[in-house]
Write a protein that binds this ligand. Sequence first.
Ligand code: NAP
Ligand code: G4F
Length: 370
Amino acid sequence: MNIISNIENRTTEPEHMTGKVAVVTGVTGQDGSYLSQFLLELGYSVYGVVRRTSQPQSGRALISHLLDSPNFNIVSGDLSDQGSLENIVRTTKPDEFYNLGAQSFVPESWISPIHTADVTGLGTLRCLEAIRIHAPECRFYQAGSSEQFGKVLEVPQNEETPFYPRSPYGCAKVFAFEITRNYRESHSLYACTGILFNHESPRRGIEFVTRKVSLSAARIKHRVQKTLEIGNVEAKRDWGFAGDYVQMMWKMLQNEKPDDYVISTGETHTVRDMIDVAFERIGMPLTWNGEGVGKYAVDEEGVKRVVTNERFFRPAEVDVLIGDPKKAIEDMGWKPVVGFEELIQMMVDSDDELVDNAIKKGEEVPIPMF
Ligand code: NAP
Ligand code: G4F
């Protein structure tokens, strides 16, 4: 790994070692870590954009396994800073640019709407401008979201379904989608958006509902937590595996022409279904009682293991998401491999091991805080 904190000082051209050069924003996140791993396996040189944080080491946990690769480089930059993005594109001259960076947690977007619009929305435009000015041949992937469909106007949702975002995050992603299409049409950039439905993994951030549930189930199994507090368990999501989805991001940049695709499994499940799978996995089947915010679930001894808390409900909910991945399947032969139950079981098993190891080593057990 090379850490290039000031790429202005580079005196040589970037080394295009075994093949193409890719820039990845959001490299320290779930998708960025899987995508970078995949691109390195394909022989790419990867430049991962990392923003400055006070504790650089802890923020890079998901890419620690990539740091030894000679083709993996960290470059300093921020989606809110035009100059840093232009420097990166001008000096690395990428063949492909994957914009995965975002303020990606929906509830946070009501707390920090301006920041979310700036990073998640305008950040995309800043990347496109950097490419238009310094590397117009570079192919651009934008991380779109099923949150763009929001209060859905059609079931299932496909590439033609109109948008109706329900949060500042969803609105920012709609802007990012439209400006990407606009740069494709007005500047002839190879720029496209993958409209990805929820995708999860053991690398998912602990504030998102699947990981909150898998980590809580593991903690409850190991008796370091008694009860899981949750929000709206009747919301439905189309959940797939992040490792399957990043391959489609790459495929979208290998097409003859740029185009936008829905990436999803075509199945939907409630948060309640997902909790049931997780607790079955730890050998604690649940029975549900009550309604609305009074809903709760007990184990076989009658102990309350899940309770709903109004704090985790949203000002405006996206009730049901289910994507139609037909175009991706037919055009590109893509299909998701990991199914819903397998995905949740994989996450619970991983957190079981994480909690078990922490207890054995006498270390602090991670807590799902949100
Ligand atoms: P994630 O784990 O939350 O990662 C977000 C990444 O963005 C992190 O690397 C973060 O860096 C970076 N970032 C945040 N603010 C930034 C800034 N100002 N400048 C540069 N980088 C910044 O998200 P993910 O689940 O991997 O999702 C990847 C992308 O897909 C996001 O754009 C998300 O909105 C979108 N998406 C995700 C899903 C899903 O289900 N996972 C579905 C549809 C779309 P730090 O580590 O420094 O915070
Ligand atoms: O896991 P979530 O926080 O994901 P959400 O809001 O669907 O957003 C994720 O997927 C989007 C794609 O559709 C991405 F664009 C976005 O970046 C992010 O990755 O919540 C899923 C559902 C919601 O309906 C929420 O209300 O779970 C419900 N939920 C119920 N209780 C909860 C909780 N969500 C969270 N985070 N925490 C709860 O306690």
